[in-house]
Write a protein that binds this ligand. Structure first.
Ligand code: HEC
Length: 151
């Protein structure tokens, strides 16, 4: 084998090696990202459960304060009746959330906390996203809303 073809072969092999190395690093990164992502969602789930376990009249009162401070009552009314001062200007209107059949995205604390984070999708909906609220704050507000639901 002459020197030129030997060089060509070496660079081809190192190219292959490089690609294999690159591929395994990529796979390791994706795996790492997935694991840390799962860790974080488990952590969030754990925090949510902690707040739920701590549900108490004081927690519900704190949820009501957050609900009013963040302007939910302007549309929904303090009592969740859907008759806040702005309600008559909104279409579709905030419905009566004391009625469990009125919800589109679920009536549980976890589902309502998710609705507060994501709002209601769709161009016609006026339910905003509240991404700046923490998981704990959204859970407390959701507990207040659930406490208003008729059983
Ligand atoms: C600008 C008015 C407005 C504000 C402010 C507002 N909402 Fe809404 N919300 C709506 C409207 C309108 C709907 C019904 C939307 C629809 O049916 O598409 C709704 C729907 C909901 C629902 C029902 C979701 C479902 O599954 O159907 C919940 C729960 C809710 N809002 C909670 C909140 C909370 C908590 C806040 C404050 C952090 C808040 N909203 C602030 C207008 C508002």
């Amino acid at each position: 084998m002459d020197i030129v073809s030997r060089l060509a072969r070496t660079s081809e092999e190192s190219g292959l090696l490089g690609r294999a190395l690159y591929r395994s690093i990529l796979i390791a990164c994706v795996a790492l990202a997935l694991v840390s992502c799962q860790d974080r969602s488990q952590e969030a789930e754990g925090r949510r459960r902690d707040v739920l376990v701590a549900a108490s009249p004081t927690g519900i009162a704190a949820g009501m304060d957050l609900y009013m401070e963040n302007g939910c009552g302007v549309c929904h009314g303090r009592d969740g009746s859907g008759k806040g001062p702005l309600a008559h200007t909104i279409e579709p209107p905030p419905r009566d959330y004391r009625d469990p059949s009125a919800y589109k995205q679920g009536t549980s604390v976890a589902e309502i906390a998710d609705t507060i984070a994501s709002g209601i999708g769709g161009a016609s909906s006026k339910m905003p996203q509240y991404l700046h609220l923490s998981e704990e704050e959204r859970t407390l507000i959701a507990q207040y809303i659930v406490s208003l639901q008729r059983q």
